[in-house]
Write a protein that binds this ligand. Structure first.
Ligand SMILES: *[C@@H]1O[C@H](CO)[C@@H](O)[C@H](O)[C@H]1NC(C)=O
Ligand SMILES: *[C@@H]1O[C@H](CO)[C@@H](O)[C@H](O)[C@H]1NC(C)=O
Ligand SMILES: *[C@@H]1O[C@H](CO)[C@@H](O)[C@H](O)[C@H]1NC(C)=O
Ligand SMILES: *[C@@H]1O[C@H](CO)[C@@H](O)[C@H](O)[C@H]1NC(C)=O
Ligand SMILES: *[C@@H]1O[C@H](CO)[C@@H](O)[C@H](O)[C@H]1NC(C)=O
Ligand SMILES: *[C@@H]1O[C@H](CO)[C@@H](O)[C@H](O)[C@H]1NC(C)=O
Ligand SMILES: *[C@@H]1O[C@H](CO)[C@@H](O)[C@H](O)[C@H]1NC(C)=O
Ligand SMILES: *[C@@H]1O[C@H](CO)[C@@H](O)[C@H](O)[C@H]1NC(C)=O
Ligand SMILES: *[C@@H]1O[C@H](CO)[C@@H](O)[C@H](O)[C@H]1NC(C)=O
Ligand SMILES: *[C@@H]1O[C@H](CO)[C@@H](O)[C@H](O)[C@H]1NC(C)=O
Ligand SMILES: *[C@@H]1O[C@H](CO)[C@@H](O)[C@H](O)[C@H]1NC(C)=O
Ligand SMILES: *[C@@H]1O[C@H](CO)[C@@H](O)[C@H](O)[C@H]1NC(C)=O
Length: 789
């Protein structure tokens, strides 16, 4: 089967055909997925509204229409044609999403525009460029969200921010996304029908910033209680979200019952087989270990049915349901019959109520518990559901794809996903080369059941470039030349480009954005970590080239300083350079301490503390790096003062201690102005006081004693504090960056870093896509509380 995927008609109507080299052996059952039922007219109206919000009066330059019949193979298709008579550009999409995607495609590739989480660059040319193209997606789906993104990034969003994100989804062709808001309100109804008391429920739900882990049974009650006002607001928000997504033809994915139940279930149903969940990351009993109802128990089906029924009654359905029973825990038994029964029971609980249901599974379990989930067990589990009734999200395909090892999920469709980010931490990082090859390999692999490309970051608002790359590959038939692609990205993002900034981005492309290893990169950089004497820097990239990239940004500042996105990136790259220098200062401090060289020690301590002040200052000059923005958005969600206190505490705890006692401390840490000054800084200052005292009194440094003190005097007080922080930038990014560059650029500390660069050893381990995964954790990387999702 040869398909004309893209037909580019240039003015003289020449037809350039891109022929896909492989025939995609997608079985017929994969074309029977539920589709959007929204009418063309309603989708047209929704797409027009997106254009209006994006372009204001210039939206009138585009004639937008939706016509379902233009789709090829049920795949999203758009046609963009300039009408030379009117000077307007006609955009026809096979859905609202396709139409928006077509608009963005034109803005991006023909008008040099850019739309991102960090801001937009929408300077249109005087006259709209000629165009006549028709583009079809290569896969059925573009998918978005991790089950925890809702907690790390979306938790405090109001409707305006949500609307912007849904517009962004449509503009990028994303036609399938989680819609997880407001589910606790539904659960409350179910629990009350099952005779749980208000107190039982209150003890179960976590606070807003921790709901994702409560849903997965990892923790309970932490950061709560959840007041009725939260439910009311969230329900309203979810109705708006669903309406808006469905109007555009985006398929919404609702949650389903995975088996995790409140502790009170044991009291109410004493005879039912349920397992106490294992302790997750050492959370105390008060906050851990709800129960997992055995999927094969009749009560499982009953609760599952009640939930889905309530959910559909409130929200309607597009027939897609996410359900992850074994997230970060292994099943009771490895017996294949058991695993098959469990899979079938979970699906039954959904499909009994919604016979068209499709089960969407986050494949994190196959990565995280790869030893348990060998081929036979995965096969038993995923094929317990009829083929085509489950979609597996291959969750971290850019680094540890599982579709190869797991034989394309034994016939179940899967989505190639980039996870990329953990905990919404900052830090320049990405796997551009792997992305650029992985997507095409996965699609063309023998017997591939790939049906889409997804973005599954834990947190957003960082490293936009790699997200833009993935989204840009969803319509391309072959990998891009990354050199050229990065150049055009920079040009679009800033509106124009310079040789300096272009070269800077090429260094980033080959450096920070070319991670290809298996080591877990979790964003816990040294300045962000609780101090000890045992930390060790590590780089997969050439730090000298990072410095050269920083030079390039600073040189380009005179020409590009009027671009807000350039300013953002200048701050980001300065932040990265200073963060790396902090590593070098830290190692010198430790050396000074160990050699009992007080002057050398003190000199580096002073520099380190100055560096933290400098980082705080540069971050304070850009809106995207402010603690105040996060805290104020949390407080704005509150109606009553008691809520405001709970929400602010949630917001502060998530990005610092993450748990009452620092259970996954600094997992979701943020390099933001305010966090650096009032959390990292005093923490390091206290550490240095301890070391100095130890040097002067010639007594050993006691890490345990320090840990107790830092918790009591810095970490916990920060989470309980209610000081307010600016939510508007202060100072001029370019001026501050120049000043810091001239101070730090020629520091001798840069040479200290070279020994931690280990590209030859660490960065070149092959990615095993066919064998068992072995995650290597080196000693300095080891943390008692390892993570995850
Ligand atoms: C939709 O497109 C088809 C061609 O694919 C065309 O025949 C039909 O007239 C269009 N419908 C509308 C309402 O424009
Ligand atoms: C563009 O759309 C308008 C309005 O539907 C239509 O009159 C015109 O013929 C279209 N132009 C082209 C080139 O398709
Ligand atoms: C809830 O309690 C009522 C009254 O005691 C009882 O009739 C009902 O069966 C109980 N429901 C469940 C699900 O146990
Ligand atoms: C509970 O379920 C587990 C796993 O299926 C099984 O091993 C155990 O025997 C069951 N216990 C009871 C009391 O049914
Ligand atoms: C698996 O890895 C090999 C070697 O890295 C590569 O050649 C192959 O294309 C990969 N296959 C898939 C399906 O990613
Ligand atoms: C692809 O898979 C089919 C069926 O499993 C097999 O017959 C064929 O040899 C495979 N082709 C390649 C190139 O591996
Ligand atoms: C990518 O483009 C650059 C600039 O045109 C060229 O020098 C380079 O050879 C190309 N790389 C590949 C792999 O084609
Ligand atoms: C990325 O790294 C790989 C392996 O380390 C290397 O082969 C490749 O050339 C690098 N790509 C760029 C753009 O530097
Ligand atoms: C790092 O980059 C610099 C500048 O390009 C180069 O001189 C140096 O050899 C590189 N170091 C390593 C270890 O690759
Ligand atoms: C270190 O501090 C802890 C906590 O204050 C204390 O219990 C312990 O005895 C100290 N260890 C030494 C070797 O002094
Ligand atoms: C902040 O907390 C203090 C006590 O901890 C309280 O007196 C004060 O009213 C709080 N301020 C605000 C704005 O809530
Ligand atoms: C760093 O040193 C080089 C060589 O001595 C000099 O040319 C450059 O201007 C210095 N850069 C800064 C920012 O001071």
């Amino acid at each position: 089967m040869k398909i004309c995927r893209i037909c580019v008609m240039i003015s003289m109507c020449t037809c350039v055909l891109f022929i896909l080299p492989v025939s995609l052996a997608i079985s017929p059952h994969m074309n029977n997925f539920p589709v959007s039922t929204t009418s063309d007219d309603a989708q047209t109206a929704a797409a027009k509204a997106v254009a209006q919000r994006l372009l204001n009066i210039k939206a009138a330059l585009f004639i937008i229409k939706v016509n379902k019949t233009i789709s090829h193979d049920n795949k999203d298709t758009f046609q963009v044609v300039k009408d030379t008579a009117t000077g307007k550009v006609n955009i026809t999409g096979s859905s609202g999403v396709s139409a928006c995607w077509g608009l963005h495609h034109y803005l991006k590739h023909y008008c040099n525009c850019h739309i991102s989480w960090d801001g937009d660059q929408l300077l249109l040319p005087e006259e709209l460029p000629d165009i006549s193209i028709s583009v079809s997606a290569l896969d059925l789906y573009r998918y978005y969200q991790n089950v925890v993104t809702t907690s790390y990034s979306f938790v405090w969003w109001d409707w305006n921010r949500w609307q912007r994100e849904i517009d962004w989804m449509a503009l990028n062709g994303i036609n399938m996304a989680l819609a997880f808001t407001g589910q606790e309100a539904i659960w409350e109804r179910v629990y009350l029908k099952l005779n749980l008391t208000q107190k039982d429920i209150e003890e179960h739900f976590c606070g807003p910033a921790f709901l994702a882990w409560c849903r997965m049974g990892n923790i309970r009650g932490w950061g709560g209680p959840l007041l009725s006002d939260w439910h009311l607001n969230s329900l309203q928000l979810q109705h708006n979200i669903l309406q808006s997504m469905r109007d555009l033809g985006i398929l919404t994915i609702l949650p389903a019952f995975a088996g995790h139940v409140p502790k009170a279930f044991k009291r109410i149903f004493p005879d039912v087989n349920m397992t106490r969940m294992n302790t997750w990351n050492e959370f105390l009993d008060r906050y851990c270990c709800p129960y997992l109802l055995e999927p094969t128990e009749p009560l499982f089906r009953r609760v599952g049915n009640m939930f889905i029924t309530e959910l559909i009654a409130e929200f309607g359905t597009d027939h897609f349901y996410n359900c992850d029973t074994f997230n970060e825990m292994v099943p009771q038994s490895e017996d294949l019959v058991y695993l098959r029964n469990v899979g079938a029971a979970i699906f039954e609980a959904i499909s009994y109520v919604d016979p068209q249901a499709i089960w969407l599974l986050q494949g994190w379990l196959f990565v995280n518990e790869a030893t348990f989930w060998n081929q036979n067990r995965v096969q038993a589990f995923v094929t317990s559901v009829p083929l085509g009734r489950m979609i597996v999200l291959d969750l971290q395909s850019e680094l540890i794809p599982q579709y190869g090892r797991l034989d394309s999920y034994f016939g179940q469709p899967f989505i190639w996903c980039m996870l990329h980010n953990f905990g919404g931490t900052l830090g320049l990082y990405g796997a551009a080369e792997n992305i650029n090859s992985g997507i095409f390999n996965a699609r063309s692999m023998n017997g591939s059941t790939m049906v889409g490309i997804g973005l599954t970051p834990e947190g957003i608002n960082q490293n936009y470039v790699v997200y833009d790359l993935v989204l840009d590959l969803t319509w391309r038939t072959e990998p891009v030349n990354l050199t050229l692609w990065f150049s055009s990205y920079v040009h679009r993002r800033y509106g124009h480009t310079t040789a300096d900034v272009d070269k800077a981005w090429q260094f980033l492309k080959s450096g920070v954005y070319n991670f290809t290893g298996l080591r877990r990169v979790r964003g816990k950089y040294i300045i962000c970590r609780r101090p000890t004497l045992r930390l060790k820097p590590w780089y997969w990239y050439n730090t000298t080239e990072l410095k050269l990239a920083w030079d390039g940004f600073v040189s380009a500042a005179s020409e590009l300083s009027s671009s807000p996105l350039f300013q953002h990136d200048l701050v980001d790259v300065t932040r990265q350079a200073l963060q790396v220098l902090g590593d070098g200062l830290y190692t010198q401090i430790v050396r000074g301490f160990q050699k009992k060289n007080l002057p050398f020690y003190q000199e580096n301590v002073d520099l380190f503390l100055q560096l933290l002040e400098d980082i705080n200052e540069i971050l304070g000059t850009n809106n995207q790096f402010l603690l105040g923005v996060w805290l104020n958005s949390a407080k704005r969600r509150a109606t009553y003062s008691v809520e405001r206190i709970i929400y602010e505490f949630n917001a502060r705890n998530q990005i610092t201690l993450w748990g009452p006692l620092g259970e996954i401390r600094d997992y979701a840490t943020k390099q933001w102005s305010g966090v650096v000054s009032d959390y990292y800084y005093p923490r390091w200052e206290l550490f240095f006081d301890f070391l100095r005292l130890s040097l002067i009194t010639k007594t050993p440094f006691n890490q345990t004693h320090f840990a107790i003190r830092v918790f009591e005097t810095v970490e916990e007080p920060f989470t309980l504090d209610n000081s307010s922080y600016p939510d508007a930038p202060q100072g001029n990014s370019v001026e501050v960056a120049r000043r810091l560059h001239s101070f730090w650029r020629n520091s001798s500390v840069w040479s200290e870093l070279v020994k931690f660069m280990e590209p030859s050893r660490v960065n070149q381990e092959p990615i095993s896509n066919n064998s068992e995964i072995e995650i290597k954790i080196s000693e300095e990387d080891f943390e008692p509380h390892v993570i995850l999702v």
